[in-house]
Structures are given as C-alpha cells and as structure tokens.
Design a protein around this ligand. Structure first.
Ligand code: GLU
Length: 373
C-alpha cells in the first residue's frame, strides 16, 4: 500500500508503551521513538506527539496507590507530568530536538479564544521545528469536561492542527476482527466505522492507560470525518512509526471520510458564523489575495460588529466586496485602537499583543478561490 507523504502528523503513544510499571519511563522505547520522530522532521513532516504517562509516572514517584478517584488521578498527574517531560526533553535532545509541553483541556478547546491560542501555538512550534508534546491538563479537568483518554485527545489535536495523518501506536497489532475460521486477525483497512464495531470493541484499556480499542475507534471516527487518515498500529515494532508513515501495510488504516480543508473551509465560509467585518485598503486586499499573506493592522481602515478574539470575521476590500473570512486574533475593541498602525506598535498601544497579524494566513479562507491556508 502506498500513501501520500503526510505534511502534518499527529502521533499518539500510550502509557503502556512509554512507561514501565516499576521503573518509570521506558527509556529504550522513548529513545527509539525520538529517533524516528527526528527522522520524520528531517524529512519535512510536521509532527505533534500526544503522550500520556503522567499518572503512571506519578504512581512511580509516590508509590502505588489503589485510589482511583478523579482527585487521586489529578494528584498523580500533577506529580508525574514534570518528570515525564524531563525524560522526553533529555531523550529528544540526543537527536538535536527541542520539545515543548502543551497541556490541553476540553474546556479550553471549546472556547473560541482557547481554541485559537492552542492552534496558533502548536502551529508556530512546528514552524520553528520544535516538537509539541501534548497531554490532557488532568489537573483542571472536571469529570464531565474530561477528555478522559488520549485517543480522543489525539483526534481533537489532529483536527486542531489540520493533520493529514494520525498514527495511534498501541500494544496490539491493529484493529482485530474474526476471520472465516473465527481467529482474531488484523483488519488492514476500514472504510467506515460502524456503531456495531464500536459496541463489539468493548471498553477496557490497559493497566497503565485509559484507552482501549473502543476509544481508538471513536477517535478514528472523529479524525477521519475531518479528513485525516488514521492508522492504529503496533507500537513495539522496530521503526514501526517511520514504516507506517512511509505507507507500509502495518496495523489498520482508517480511510478519511471527510475532506480536511473542505470541512474547515465550509465552516469558515458560513455567513451565519460571522461576528463582524473588517474593512481593508487595496494594498492589504492585494496582499491577501495575490501574495497569500496574513492581514496586518496597517491595512485596516475600520471595522464593524462586536467580535471577540477567535471569532470569525469577514474581510472587506475597498470596493465593498468580501475578500476573505478569517479568525481574528484581536477583539473589536482592541482592533479599533490598532487599526492603521504598524504591527510593532501593538504592544505599546494595547499593553499586550497576540502577534503581529490580525488574521494569520493559517486561519484565513479567501472567497472565490480554492486557497485555504
Ligand atoms: N492523561 C493521562 C496521563 O497522562 C492518561 C490518559 C490516557 O491514558 O489515555 O497519564
């Protein structure tokens, strides 16, 4: 099987692979993973790693505790996250890689500004060649708002950064189903995830982590519907990650059912979601349309609507025609004060800044063209 080389990849690695129940982090495994990710980055692929293990690490630090309450898990995660990241930083450094920690929660991703902050930061880290390592912010997650397992988190992250491939490495060979003789065999490719498949997958995960095949199928359903290809594959196979990314027939491939750019674009183009309008001069309109640039404050003439940071706004050219839709980095009240100004003045005028761009090109869809990023 051959697969197009992905441009942006999310790799999810579970606690059972990354951790050793007695000794803490599995150094050998993490080093091998770091080597493979370094190779992928050198090959021009942007990567986000979703890694759990904070709770398992916390357990190693504090000694085994049978208490499985949410609070006990939050305490363990709070204790374990730092040594976990320290291990990652040391192992990845061997391959010349800088890592960054990003702890996300459902609450923050559900908020428009939290979503935009997380997206902008992860994108910028990748642009800088730094590997973002994502985990759930277990400390702030209430029970109802918990993402709960890193399979779901990985699917949310894949959507957040518009990944074209999500690889979930696990301790089984892939998604298994009974063959004609009733033996469990890996299904090489799944076109459509059905409710029956999810029901049959059961719930239990491993001792170290929270996920199981059920959460993987649900996560795969979410990510494929947003246009990512998903592979659930064996995490212990030698060079397994690089081989999967190269398109070797390993594990189970869940075929993308949606179109990544299209679904994002469709949402961005919905007039119903618009919260305001930003009028720009001819130079700015031209820079967006012809040069594929971001929208800077200097080109903004005026604005209308009470939009907040992260809201969708229309960009209107001097002739009154809508040029683009995009997610604004600045609220209307702030924009009023910086419109027409040089980006370097933003911090001095507002007392803070969210970057030089009012709308970054990553968060912009041009109207009447197929260019999206
Ligand atoms: N966020 C949890 C941790 O780092 C794990 C969640 C999971 O196992 O999927 O320990």
């Amino acid at each position: 099987m051959s697969r197009e080389k992905p441009s942006r990849l999310v790799v999810k690695c579970g606690s059972s692979l990354l951790m050793h129940p007695e000794t803490g982090a599995n150094d050998v495994y993490i080093t091998a993973l770091a080597g493979q990710i370094a190779h992928l980055l050198r090959d021009g692929i942007q990567v986000v790693l979703v890694a759990s293990g904070a709770i398992a690490m916390g357990r190693c630090v504090l000694g085994g505790s049978g208490d499985d309450s949410t609070l006990a898990r939050q305490v363990l995660a709070a204790v374990g996250q730092t040594p976990l990241m320290t291990t990652f930083a040391a192992r990845f450094e061997k391959f010349g890689l800088n890592v960054a920690q990003a702890l996300l929660s459902r609450g923050s991703l559900n908020q428009r500004d939290g979503y935009l902050n997380a997206r902008n930061t992860l994108m910028e880290l990748m642009e800088c060649g730094i590997l973002p390592i994502v985990n759930e912010n277990d400390v702030v997650a209430t029970e109802e708002l918990q993402i709960g397992d890193n399979d779901s988190l990985a699917a949310l992250v894949a959507n957040l950064v518009d990944a074209d491939l999500l690889v979930m490495l696990t301790d089984v060979d892939g998604y298994l189903a009974a063959d004609d003789e009733g033996r469990a065999t890996v299904v090489p490719s799944v076109q459509q995830i059905t409710p029956e498949m999810i029901a049959a997958a059961g719930g239990a995960g491993s001792a170290a982590g929270t996920g199981g095949m059920r959460t993987k199928l649900e996560a795969a359903g979410l990510a494929t519907s947003h246009g990512a290809t998903v592979v659930v594959g064996p995490g212990r196979l030698e060079r397994g990650l690089t081989r999967i990314v190269a398109g070797e027939a390993i594990g189970t491939t869940f075929v993308a059912t949606g179109d990544r750019r299209e679904s994002r674009k469709r949402w961005m183009l919905t007039d119903l979601a618009l919260r305001g309008r930003v009028m720009v001069d001819a130079g700015a309109a031209d820079a967006l349309v012809r040069a594929g640039r971001s929208l800077l404050p200097a080109g903004i003439v005026e604005q209308a609507g009470e939009f907040g940071r992260g809201d969708l706004v229309a960009v209107v050219g001097p002739d009154g025609a809508v040029v683009a839709h995009g997610l604004t980095n600045y609220a209307a009240t702030d924009l009023q004060r910086i419109a027409g100004q040089d980006s370097r003045q933003i911090a001095a005028i507002l007392g803070f800044e969210y970057g030089a761009e009012i709308i970054h090109r990553n968060n912009l869809v041009l109207i009447g063209t197929s260019v999206t990023s």
